[in-house]
Design a binder for this molecule. Structure first.
Ligand SMILES: C[S@@+](CC[C@H](N)C(=O)[O-])C[C@H]1O[C@@H](n2cnc3c(N)ncnc32)[C@H](O)[C@@H]1O
Length: 289
């Protein structure tokens, strides 16, 4: 799966680091129990940074989960500065050693710790082969930053993020993620691209930030309301509103049902577009809180 090795010193200086050699030099096997699946397919590694939108600001790129640095190496080629977060102290030490020159000249910062607990720096884009165990939590820490994201997820998770209303994958994750940007699956990555291979296929997802094409006054109420209605996805919106006041925080759900139009009340959550949710949330905010 690796590209031919360069045969002159000049070519070697330009060539990206070989992912298999990086694993050998790090001297450890990826541990699936710690979400360690290292990318070893050069072609996939080469494409990932290219999925950033053309006008993306690459002055400071964040990478969550650096591993043995195969993607870090590619990011250092397109970014002015990279910050990489790695929880495993052995890998963080290896990254500091392998990229000593870049650490020294200030182009690379290695942050050792849990990406969910550390204070993340200001960054202009995030490109990561994420630890799948924290996919949801880390994504919802990244989305409100309003910068382009190129992230690897388990296939099912990525497809749910990008799903459109009316499809079986569409749900709370789709509405909440698409609230912050345009979400696209840009590549499916087979298990064999990783070492060790994960149990399921993966996808690369691009999020291009934009304002939603609807308005909501209270973002956190909107997201809670969407969450509440999807807990009752098989029920009509009418019953969903009535049954989930404890989640959405509505004090008078009946007033919302009285104010909403009949066509909306008969729908189910999976058929509601993000802007229909927003309109209903605005109404609920006015009449039922
Ligand atoms: C899927 S691997 C990707 C490694 C590398 N970027 C690559 O593409 O080969 C995910 C990495 O995230 C690290 N990791 C796992 N949980 C983490 C967390 N909560 N915070 C930061 N890093 C974490 C793992 O140790 C592992 O190195």
């Amino acid at each position: 799966m690796t590209e031919p090795q360069p045969d002159t010193p000049e070519a070697a200086a330009r060539a990206p680091r070989d992912p298999d050699r990086l694993i050998e030099r790090a001297g450890l096997r990826g541990d699936p129990n710690q979400d360690q699946h290292f990318l070893v397919d050069d072609r996939v590694l080469a494409r990932i940074p290219e999925y950033l939108p053309e006008d993306a600001d690459t002055s400071h790129v964040l990478e969550v989960g650096g591993g043995t640095g195969a993607l870090t190496d590619r990011l250092l080629r397109i970014a002015d500065r990279v910050t990489v977060v790695e929880r495993d102290s052995r890998l963080a030490a290896f990254l500091r050693e392998e990229f000593a020159a870049e650490v020294e000249n200030g182009r690379l910062t290695v942050l050792e710790g849990d990406a969910l607990e550390l204070d993340l720096p200001e960054f202009t884009a995030c490109v990561s082969n994420l630890p799948y165990g924290i996919s949801s939590e880390i994504t919802f820490r990244l989305l409100p930053r309003g910068v382009p994201l190129v992230l690897m997820f388990q296939k099912e998770f990525g497809e749910r993020m990008a799903a459109e209303s009316g499809t079986s994958e569409y749900g709370r994750l789709s509405v909440s993620a698409q609230h912050y940007g345009d979400v696209e699956v840009v590549e499916t990555v087979p298990k064999g691209a990783f070492s060790p291979a994960p149990a399921v296929e993966s996808v690369v997802v691009r999020v291009t930030p934009r304002d939603p094409d609807y308005e909501v006054d209270d973002e956190s109420f909107f997201l809670d309301f969407v969450k509440a209605l999807f807990t009752q996805r098989r029920k009509t919106i009418r019953n969903g509103i009535r049954n989930t006041a404890h989640i959405s925080g509505l004090s008078d759900p009946e007033a919302v049902v009285d104010a909403a139009d009949e066509a909306t009340l008969r729908k189910r959550a999976g058929k509601m577009s993000p802007s229909e949710f927003a309109a209903l949330a605005t109404l609920a905010d006015e009449h039922g809180r």
